[in-house]
Design a protein around this ligand. Structure first.
Ligand code: ZN
Length: 190
């Protein structure tokens, strides 16, 4: 199929709890292939199937230590130690928020051939895996921000041909949600 459309905040499909994959077949592999293409094209370092409107427990990541798809991923161990860092999400474009999460995790799942995976991750990889697994439970990082305001980026008008420059403003999370919900209502068929 190729590139898939990434759903945006406000779309109720992002809030559903995704289902376990019981059989890793060609349709799952084709979906993973599409998700990897979509993620790289975006570009992003992670994508979860619900973000392309498929309610299955499948994520793809593009990290230094691990690239590709993980079927039925779950966090089996998380460090007590936590770290706060800025996160962004392909479903919430041009927004960044500070999220506190365990700084290292162990994730189990399966690859596309059905082999067991055990991934020990820290830093960005740990954060990315937790963020993507959250999507499978209908949770978005905005639900977890530790600061009531998040950064919203706007392109600054520039002369044609100039590199696009962004400036950011701090916006309350609730306001960001409201804006996306309004945009979704405008896009959705009546
Ligand atoms: Zn996301």
């Amino acid at each position: 199929m190729g590139l898939r459309q990434i759903l945006l905040l406000g779309d109720p499909a992002l809030r559903r709890v995704a289902e376990e994959i019981h059989q890793i077949d060609d349709s799952v592999r084709a979906l993973a292939e599409d998700m990897i293409q979509t993620m790289l094209e975006a570009p992003g370092v992670g994508l979860a199937a619900p973000q392309v409107g498929v309610p299955l427990r499948l994520i793809t990541v593009d990290l230094d230590d691990i690239q590709g798809a993980i079927v039925n991923p779950r966090v089996v161990r998380a460090s007590k130690e936590q770290e706060a860092d800025l996160e962004a999400c392909l479903s919430i474009p041009e927004v960044q928020g500070l999220v506190r999460r365990p700084s290292s995790v162990v994730v189990k799942g399966f690859d596309l051939e059905g082999r067991h995976l055990v991934i020990k991750a820290e830093g960005l990889a740990a954060r990315c895996l937790q963020h993507e697994i959250d999507h499978l439970d209908g949770v978005l990082y905005l639900d977890r921000v530790s600061d009531p305001k998040v950064k919203v980026f706007h392109p600054v008008p520039a002369n044609e041909g100039d590199e696009v420059v962004y400036e950011s403003e701090l916006v309350p999370v609730e306001e960001v949600r409201r804006r996306f919900e309004e945009q979704y209502a405008m896009r959705a068929p009546a």
